[in-house]
Design a protein. Sequence first.
Length: 119
Amino acid sequence: MEITYSTEYGILEIRPTGSLGEEDFKSLARELETLDKDERTLNGILIHTEDFPGYKSFSDMLAHGEFIAEFRDRIPKVAVCTDSTVAGLMQVIGKVFTEAEVEKFDYENKDEAEKWLLA
C-alpha cells in the first residue's frame, strides 16, 4: 500500500498495491498517529484503486475492522475512487461503522473526489 500525505490539502491518499494485509493497516495507523502528533490537518482520506484488491487472509480483514474501530472518530471524510463494484458495499458499511462521510467516485474522477474532500 502506498500512502502519501498532501500538506497543501490535508488529504491522505492510499493506493493499494496488492491484497491488503495487517501490516498495511498498521502503517496507515502510524501515519494517522504521526499526523495527529504533529497537529497536521486531515480533511480526509482518498482511496484510489482501479479495483478492490481484497485481503490476504481473514485475519487481515479483521485487522481492517480493528483499524476502523480505533480511528472511526478521527477521519472526517473518505473518498473511494474505484471502478470496483465492492465500493458500493464499502460506502454502506462505512456509514454504519464510522463517523466519517463516505462517498464513492469513479476511478478517473480523482479531481472530483479531492474537491469533495475539501468542501
